[in-house]
Design a binder for this molecule. Structure first.
Ligand code: UDP
Length: 487
């Protein structure tokens, strides 16, 4: 335990997937920049390796931050060697084993808390039992959900009122009851575990997370007060939770190196460099960037439709895909297509890791086709880039509604079905629809207003994290409260 009585030691326990690890690392780094805060991130060795250099750079700058590893019980849960992250999960069955494995982390976490006796534990919502573990040591437990307040409010609206049970078909619209705005969705846009009332390790974990939400000290959210104020208020007043807004946390990455390597195992990718050089030769707001998060793989057929639609639109583009392209499965683009796209000079296809934050910040980028994962959404908001939304699964359809209907900094591409696993993937957006949507989005009349609103929101986001800004002050208020609880 720290000897100085006013010094806070915060332990961060991120869920093991890029979409949660990246913002939690940023969150820990954000807090460690505040005076008198020591941050320790607890994760497995393979996940730690993705961030070790960034953390070492922070240490050299004088920040009190480090990573503590624990063993991942993958083998005991029936997972293959090396699977320590949701990003390595390739089927629903494997996913359920993965949720079994993370349940086994309860006592290893307790041992670490016993050893450190920190002032506070910030643990991901996927670890509902962390509230009980923290309480054994008299430590406040904060929850990190990794999504928007809007999505959390929408989740509770559906959970409490079940409006999808009142409609006659999967595609009939219903209103999400009790929310500050009139938000309409269809049953097919809800996650399958909500639609089908499945009972398994995932749904049990979600039920337990809801309970833990109420029993915890509060919630730290990667958002800022000016972004979704009605939903902050709804979450706090109607749902009775305490919330500290501390985002956008991606803005803790100040150096080019931090931004380039963020989430990519301390490497700057060759393709990433190529993208940035390519963007240098383009006019402001003239390029559309497409990226669908850290795990989703489209079918080869869908990728081809995307590329053909983009080419037909005549717009310049960068398309980032996660597909490895080295199998004979259906996840490959036809041979030679990347080369032919590049030779025409209108576009680039990036496999592997794209330096997303740097690309979005580049002045040549005028639009972002996104799956509405919350990190990507908030990164686009922060960079002032409008979005063409193509949600795919999980809470992404909720985030789409925030972007298109509430903030009005984007338009929808028309995605209808919320589904993660490829074998069950039925949606296919055709080249004609893509061509039309991209054209309207990049050069249509509506685009001017959307772009203006997006840029204004980007400025508000950056102001929020500066000294005296709303997120900076919220973080300070939380730290002061935690200090007041120190023995
Ligand atoms: N990301 C990136 N390069 C890529 C793919 C993803 O930097 O090629 C980052 C992206 O900037 C974001 C995170 O990975 O911070 C993805 O999180 P998000 O919530 O958007 O989606 P998820 O991966 O959880 O579906």
């Amino acid at each position: 335990m720290d000897s100085r009585s006013d010094r806070l030691h915060i332990v961060f326990f991120p869920h093991m997937s890029h979409g949660h690890l990246i913002p939690t690392m940023d969150l820990a780094r954000t807090f460690s920049k505040h005076v008198g805060v020591k941050a320790t991130i607890v994760t497995t060795a393979l996940n730690a390796a993705l961030f070790s250099e960034t953390i070492e750079r922070d240490q050299k700058l004088g920040l009190d931050i480090s990573i503590r590893t624990l063993r991942f019980p993958g083998r005991e849960a029936g997972l293959p060697e090396g699977c320590e992250s949701l990003n390595s999960v390739t089927s629903m069955e494997m996913g359920l084993n993965y949720y079994k494995a993370i349940r086994m982390l309860r006592e290893p976490l307790a041992e670490i808390l016993q050893e450190f006796r920190p002032s506070c534990l910030v643990a991901d919502t996927m670890f509902p039992w962390a509230t009980e573990v923290a309480s054994r040591f008299g430590i406040p437990r904060l929850i990190f959900h990794g999504t928007s307040l809007f999505a959390m409010c929408a989740f509770f609206s559906v959970r409490l009122h079940e409006p999808h049970r009142e409609v006659g078909s999967d595609h009939e619209l219903f209103i999400l009851p009790g929310l500050p705005d009139e938000i309409k969705m269809t049953r097919m846009q809800l996650p399958s575990y909500v639609r089908e009332r499945i009972d398994n390790d995932l749904t049990r974990m979600i039920d337990e997370s809801v309970e833990a939400d109420g029993a915890s000290f509060g919630v730290v959210v990667n958002s800022f007060r000016e972004l979704e104020p009605a939903y902050s208020e709804h979450y706090m007043k109607v749902l009775g939770r305490r919330v500290w807004h501390v985002g956008p946390v991606s803005l803790c990455n100040r150096s080019i190196q931090d931004k380039e390597q963020r989430g990519n195992g301390n490497k700057s990718s060759v393709e990433g460099q190529e993208c940035l050089e390519w963007l240098e030769s383009k006019k402001p707001d003239s390029v559309i960037f497409l990226s669908f998060g850290s795990m989703f793989e489209f079918s080869g057929q869908q990728l081809l439709e995307i590329v053909m639609g983009l080419e037909a639109s005549g717009q310049q583009f960068i398309l980032a895909i996660r597909n490895k392209g080295n199998t004979d499965g259906d996840d490959v683009l036809p041979k030679g297509i990347e080369k032919s796209v590049k030779e025409k000079g209108k576009g680039l296809i990036v496999r592997g890791w794209a330096p997303q934050v740097l690309i979005l910040e580049h002045e040549a980028v005028g639009g972002f086709v996104t799956h509405c994962g919350w990190n990507s959404t908030l990164e686009a908001i922060t960079a002032g880039v409008p979005m063409l939304t193509w949600p795919l699964y999980a809470e992404q359809f909720y985030n789409e509604k925030l972007v298109t209907d509430v903030l009005r900094v984007g338009v929808g591409l028309g995605a209808q079905e919320c589904e993660r696993w490829s074998s069950e993937r039925k949606f296919l957006v055709g080249r004609k629809e893509i061509e039309g949507a991209v054209l309207r989005f990049m050069v249509g009349e509506e685009a001017v207003e959307i772009r203006r609103r997006a840029k204004a929101l980007g400025e508000a986001a950056r102001r929020a994290v500066e000294r005296g800004g709303s997120s900076y002050c919220d973080a300070e208020a939380l730290l002061a409260e935690l200090r007041s609880k120190l023995p």
